[in-house]
Design a binder for this molecule. Sequence first.
Ligand SMILES: C[S@@+](CC[C@H](N)C(=O)[O-])C[C@H]1O[C@@H](n2cnc3c(N)ncnc32)[C@H](O)[C@@H]1O
Length: 264
Amino acid sequence: MADSGAAAKRAAMYGEVDLGSFELFSGNFINYGFWESVPLDREITLEERTRSQAALYRKVVSALEVKKNDAVLEVGCGIAVGTELTLREFRPASLVGLDFSEAQLARARAVHGDLLDLREGDALKMPFADNSFDKLYSVEAAQHFEDLAAFAAEARRVLRPGGRLSLATFFATTEQSPRELAKLIETIADEIDFAVPIKRFCGDLADAGFVDVTVESIGDRVWLGFDTWTAQLAQHRDSWGRNWLKAYRCALADYFVVTASVKN
Ligand SMILES: C[S@@+](CC[C@H](N)C(=O)[O-])C[C@H]1O[C@@H](n2cnc3c(N)ncnc32)[C@H](O)[C@@H]1O
């Protein structure tokens, strides 16, 4: 469990700091991006950087198989540009965006007005009744959750029978790799991020009652693009952000889309 100093740093990162306005992220998204359709052999534009982050949303939400009557929940919605994309492109009956940062939600409301149903709350203790949703997704938020087993249990609780979960973020590849990763990635050393072994998270989902757990490695389409973008930015060229590609190439970390279902 992280100490309270780490929790405070995590809160500050999404509080007074507006990461979504940083060039490293762009377009009010805050994720490493899915770069499949962006050419990396020439200068990347800011529009392409934003597009990579929207593409990560499309990748995750496509795996949910959204139907028109579905009630959908996004966990860790941030400034909710991906929430808005999901509502517009996938057209569920309803969509709620949940985030534990009041500041992020204030930014989201400044961008989207009343268009979206946004709620404040913790992924580990969601403010919803049992069986509230058909589908649940999360884009690059779970690396901050202090207890993925508690998250899995909450996700299972709020999903209805026949429900489905889709989640993307980075995970450690083995039980041994978190220690090595902490040497490379400052935010892991500081416990702002947790690099949980992927097999452990799959076990948490199964223990919570999920079935048909699938894992897709997409690191090949995340880290090279993010690294190429970071290398382009003068102020980030020598930053810790460059170590993600090294960690991926040393097989310490990968980026995954994980899906799981609730039995009917
Ligand atoms: C890296 S940002 C991703 C935001 C958005 N999904 C995107 O891709 O642009 C992570 C988000 O997760 C939220 N978050 C972190 N821990 C959380 C928790 N325990 N419960 C709910 N939200 C959390 C943060 O406030 C932040 O907005």
